[in-house]
Design a protein around this ligand. Structure first.
Ligand code: COA
Length: 362
């Protein structure tokens, strides 16, 4: 029995397919390159939720409803935000989301999807001593998130970059957080409880917690000066190289190429361009070191490597990178929760007991 449930099919889904050998991600019949950079996040939310709510509107109306949901989240949770800041920024966001009603309506779903995009900038502003900015319900979702963070309207290029990121990470098969979400949804708990399970799983560095450490790694390598020797040393000490490897992909994660292209478009001669040039060298060194250290595995670049560069360029601090991941993945979690609930079947696997048995008393 595999401890990590490798190759176990635990759900049937119409939502997404991860082809680990072909390096392809399909979302509801569309390939990732068809969606990323072409569809807005609101359109992809509509695509993912299609069929799971009787009152789901078309994509234009859905974008407006998502804006309204951002405003509702802000109004409901604004008074509580200062008290959440005693913990890290991800846990603070999660604590705020836990205060949303545990319902099943489309309005509940949209508030959960909107919440990370509202709470993250608000909490970051409070942490640096600034007042949170209210959402603009009519604005584009990604653009509004950036305005609420920085206080100024972001450039079309940066808005597009963040929107493309949110679309790129919106859903990804039965990853750890989506599985956790489906387990809780299968108990017929409400959508907030299900999404909170996903949030807990996403936090770990083996899942959504990797992009912050990617920046720390790039900075450490820049200070050290020799990428290959720094990376080899990490492997010798049993550390994992952040931004590389995947349970399903045996080839390069297709999301890495999408996000690298986005960073390149943002890049130019400035800081982002220099960061990208350096990161590309580190990437090549890491692939070489990993190939030499684990010749039996195919350990390739994953989504988190270029995520780190993109979110750094967008102005998010490293400890909020997973919050932004959650802002994209929330749509997938809600859709999977609804899909699981429609099966009506509790997820309840078995364990094999390998501990001691009680002494038999005669
Ligand atoms: N750095 C160093 N070694 C790695 C590695 C990495 N990034 N990724 C996998 N490996 C090694 C493991 O140590 C293990 O080696 P061992 O068999 O000698 O103990 C082996 O490769 C396991 O490979 P595999 O089964 O393909 O990976 P996994 O499913 O156990 O792990 C991850 C998948 C994502 C957890 C893993 O690749 C990882 O920890 N990556 C770094 C964190 C990261 O980027 N997470 C974001 C994922 S999108």
């Amino acid at each position: 029995m595999a401890n990590g449930l490798d190759d176990v099919v635990a759900a049937e889904t119409v939502l997404s397919d991860v082809d680990g050998l072909g390096g392809r991600l399909t979302i509801r019949g569309h390939s990732l390159p068809e969606l990323a950079g072409r569809w807005s996040y609101a359109q992809v939310v509509q695509l993912l939720l299609d069929g799971f709510f009787d009152d789901l509107p078309g994509d234009v109306e859905l974008a407006a409803r998502l804006g309204q949901a951002r405003s509702e989240v802000f109004e409901r949770l604004r008074p509580m935000l200062p008290s959440l800041l005693s913990v890290d920024i991800y846990s603070a966001m999660r604590a705020g989301m836990a205060l949303l009603p545990d319902g099943e309506t489309l309005a509940d779903a949209l508030r959960l999807i909107a919440a990370p995009a509202v709470l993250t900038p608000a909490l970051l502003r409070l942490r640096r001593g600034e007042q949170p900015l209210a959402p603009d319900a009519r604005a584009d979702h990604a653009g509004d998130m950036l305005r609420m963070l920085n206080g100024t309207v972001a450039s079309p290029a940066l808005t597009k970059a963040l929107d493309t990121y949110l679309v790129t990470v919106c859903d990804h098969g039965l990853n750890a957080s989506t599985f956790a979400t489906r387990v809780v949804a299968s108990t017929q708990a409400g959508l907030t409880s299900a999404v909170l399970a996903g949030l807990g799983a996403l936090k770990g560095p083996l899942h959504g917690g990797a992009p912050g450490p990617v920046i720390e790694m790039l900075d450490a390598i820049a200070a050290h000066g020799d990428a290959a020797s720094w990376l080899r040393d990490e492997i010798v000490h049993g550390e994992r190289i952040m931004g590389f490897g995947h349970r399903i992909y045996r080839v390069r994660d297709p999301r890495a190429d999408v996000l690298k292209a986005v960073v390149r478009q943002l890049g130019g001669e400035g800081d982002t361009g220099n960061r990208l040039a350096f990161a590309e060298k580190v990437e090549q060194a890491a692939l070489d070191v990993l190939r030499a250290a684990k010749p039996e595995r195919s350990i390739q670049t994953n989504v988190e490597f270029y995520t780190a560069l993109l979110l750094e360029a967008a102005g998010f601090p490293t400890d909020a990178f997973s919050n932004v991941f959650a802002a994209g993945r929330a749509a997938g979690w809600v859709a999977h929760a609804r899909e699981q609930q429609t099966t009506g079947r509790l997820i309840r696997p078995q364990s094999r007991y390998v501990g001691p048995m009680p002494d038999l008393v005669a």
